[in-house]
Write a protein that binds this ligand. Structure first.
Ligand SMILES: [Mn+2]
Length: 494
């Protein structure tokens, strides 16, 4: 589509590069001086009376052209009439004349005066501001020999992606800026992320913090930890700041769906090269924290997502999101399917002995897909412990709460809104409930008792769902680990 810019002088030409809409732009102006100015810079221009159709005939305006008008309001009708005599079907867009009054030519598409500021200037100004912040941040870390990048206790993809991005932003190597946690990474997808993207996460002891010149936190804040940090150097996060974060520099944006989005903006603002590996990690961070952009994702998250999507390794992402299932696990699954019990919207599956705890979590995800089911409760025995993984559809009672109530007295139990887990030593069960059958029955009884105990809450939650979102904006409860949901707890949630 050819762009034809109609303006008495060369004012509009300042904003139009040689090409517009994919073809060389043509300027129609009234003064010979304006025409000279444009052609001197390599542009195309014709001069003539804008109200005469001859000018548009010389320009050979057709229905395939897009005509952009920047003429004083009182002349719009006459200019438009001249164009219409030559090309009745051409698209005509009117640029605003802030000093004139509005025209009401209905066949014109008018550009709202604020558009230029909102769509053109605002992003440039934002980028400039972000660039200044990024430079300040880099300066703060420049002289440090060792920088520690801290994540929450059971780091999720958003934390891991953000940590990797911060290291790239600071231009540091793995040795000069290790990524660390006090806890361990428990979810199989998150472990697969580290393995497939070759990311090293160090598990450190709180006393090791003193060995670093600077401490940065991503996707978490000092108040999320039991350990006292004093003042850290940097906090970049999207969780609400409930206790003022003690940090020399901080960028906390509760409206954002993911910290990875904030880091993506920084990297782009200062033109740091985003490798395929980094793009994959950040994209997975945004996907995991926003449930594939369906929860709490803002326009900023979508924009970062779109950008990263083009640079990420999608086959690696698929391998991360769908962990391998060993052949032997299918026998366990077959047993589980045969033993399943569905009671009032809850599917119970006791797998018996399983090879490793992640299988229990993986099958808990799977059984939530059963028709009519709101809860999936899957249990399995690994060594001397029973692992119980619970999933729900999200608009019922918080899973963590029910699991704590059901199993808290027996072992470690807790979790988030839609996923929770308990790990109970077998010896906590009386001798007569330690067979698979009796253990299964006991789990069902305990879980249902805890669930029904909170029936009142359940109704409340459903009402909330009808009116819209279940959680206030900026309170994302990432399925993969929200520090606010487990204050002071080290319960691995799967
Ligand atoms: Mn996050």
């Amino acid at each position: 589509m050819r762009g034809i810019f109609v303006c008495p002088d060369s004012a509009v030409a300042r904003f139009v590069s040689r090409e517009a809409f994919g073809e060389p732009a043509l300027h129609l102006v009234e003064s010979a001086a304006a025409k000279r100015r444009i052609t001197r810079r390599g542009g195309l221009a014709l001069a003539g009376d804008l109200e005469e159709e001859s000018l548009y005939r010389r320009a050979a305006v057709t229905a395939h052209d897009a005509v952009v008008l920047a003429v004083p309001t009182e002349r719009v009708a006459r200019v438009l009439a001249a164009i219409r005599r030559v090309a009745p079907a051409a698209a005509v867009v009117l640029l605003p004349d802030p000093l004139g009054s509005d025209t009401d030519a209905s066949e014109l598409t008018a550009v709202p005066p604020a558009t230029f500021v909102d769509k053109v200037l605002a992003p440039v100004v934002e980028r400039a501001a972000l660039r200044a912040r990024a430079e300040r941040l880099r300066r703060h870390f420049a002289s440090a020999e060792r920088v520690l990048i801290m994540m929450q206790d059971d780091p999720d993809p958003d934390a891991i992606g953000s940590a990797l991005a911060l290291r790239a932003l600071l231009g540091r190597t793995k040795a000069a800026a290790p990524i660390a946690t006090f806890g361990t990474i428990t979810r199989p997808e998150n472990r697969a992320m580290l393995r497939i993207l070759e990311i090293d996460v160090e598990q450190i002891k709180p006393r090791a913090i003193g060995e670093y010149d600077r401490v940065a936190m991503v996707d978490c804040q000092p108040s999320f930890f039991e350990e006292s940090f004093g003042e850290v150097d940097l906090v970049i996060d999207h969780h609400p700041e409930e206790t003022p974060a003690r940090a020399r520099l901080k960028d906390i944006r509760p409206a954002y769906g993911a910290t990875s989005t904030i880091l993506t903006e920084y990297l782009r603002a200062v033109d740091v090269r985003i490798t395929q590996r980094l793009a994959t990690a950040l994209l997975y961070g945004i996907k995991a924290d926003t449930l594939q952009l369906e929860r709490g994702a803002t326009r900023a998250d979508m924009e970062a997502f779109t950008f990263l999507h083009a640079h990420a390794n999608h086959s690696a992402l698929r391998r991360i999101e769908r962990p391998d299932l060993p052949n032997a696990a299918l026998d366990v699954l077959a047993t589980g399917i045969a033993r399943r019990r569905v009671v009032a919207g809850v599917v119970f599956v006791h797998l018996g002995p399983v090879g490793y705890p992640e299988l229990v979590a993986q099958f808990a995800d799977l059984f939530l897909q059963v028709e009519g089911v709101e809860w999936s409760v899957v249990s399995g025995v690994v060594d001397a412990d029973v692992h119980v993984s619970v999933r729900n559809v999200g608009y019922v009672r918080a899973a963590g709460e029910v699991v704590r109530q059901a199993f808290g007295a027996l072992g470690s139990a807790g979790g988030h809104r839609s996923m929770a887990k308990a790990v109970i030593p077998i010896r906590k069960w009386a001798a007569d409930t330690s067979t698979d059958e009796t253990m299964s029955r006991d789990i069902i009884a305990r879980f249902l008792a805890a669930l029904h105990d909170g029936n009142h809450d359940k109704r409340q939650d459903k009402t909330q769902k009808k009116v819209g979102r279940q959680e206030p904006r900026g309170h994302p409860t990432p399925a993969t680990g929200h520090p606010l949901n487990k204050p002071g707890s080290r319960t691995p949630v799967q």
